[in-house]
Design a protein around this ligand. Structure first.
Ligand SMILES: CC(C)(COP(=O)(O)OP(=O)(O)OC[C@H]1O[C@@H](n2cnc3c(N)ncnc32)[C@H](O)[C@@H]1OP(=O)(O)O)[C@@H](O)C(=O)NCCC(=O)NCCS
Length: 110
């Protein structure tokens, strides 16, 4: 069993989005993830949550995968699930949380 965790200031992710615009979004997130986040009243909370989720997943893989290999898709009830290279990673469990200032995520690999 492996565990990974990350925490980010939402302002940092917002600044990266404003500074690098599509370059940052396309490097880190899938089109589907960007669409999901920009439907929210504060997209940066969800973008930062996803950033943390991907960092946490990268930790459980000991750095052997990159942001763009990972996609976080929320089920109908909102629960986030992990996809690696377009395949659902059933062995990885993920939890995301965010406040106005911080986002965090924990990933577990069975
Ligand atoms: C899901 C719930 C725990 C979120 O808690 P919260 O304090 O409002 O928000 P947090 O910042 O801690 O967490 C938000 C993240 O939780 C995750 N989440 C949402 N629904 C979830 C669920 N059913 N199970 C697990 N994680 C969930 C999402 O990743 C979300 O972030 P994202 O939309 O940016 O990806 C809360 O809304 C709740 O208890 N809901 C009732 C239970 C339920 O299943 N509702 C489904 C509604 S159809």
């Amino acid at each position: 069993m492996e565990i990974g965790i990350d925490i980010e200031e939402i302002e940092r992710i917002k600044k990266a989005c404003k500074k690098w615009s599509n370059r940052f979004l396309n490097k880190i997130y899938s089109k589907r993830e960007v669409e999901y986040c920009f439907k929210k009243s504060n997209p940066y909370e969800s973008l930062a949550g996803r950033f943390c989720a991907k960092e946490a997943v990268i930790k459980v893989f000991e750095g052997k995968i990159f942001f763009s290999d990972i996609e976080i898709i929320n089920k109908e009830n909102g629960k986030p699930e992990v996809y690696i290279n377009n395949k659902k990673a059933d062995g990885i469990k993920l939890s995301i949380s965010h406040t106005k200032r911080y986002a965090t995520a924990v990933a577990l690999k069975e």
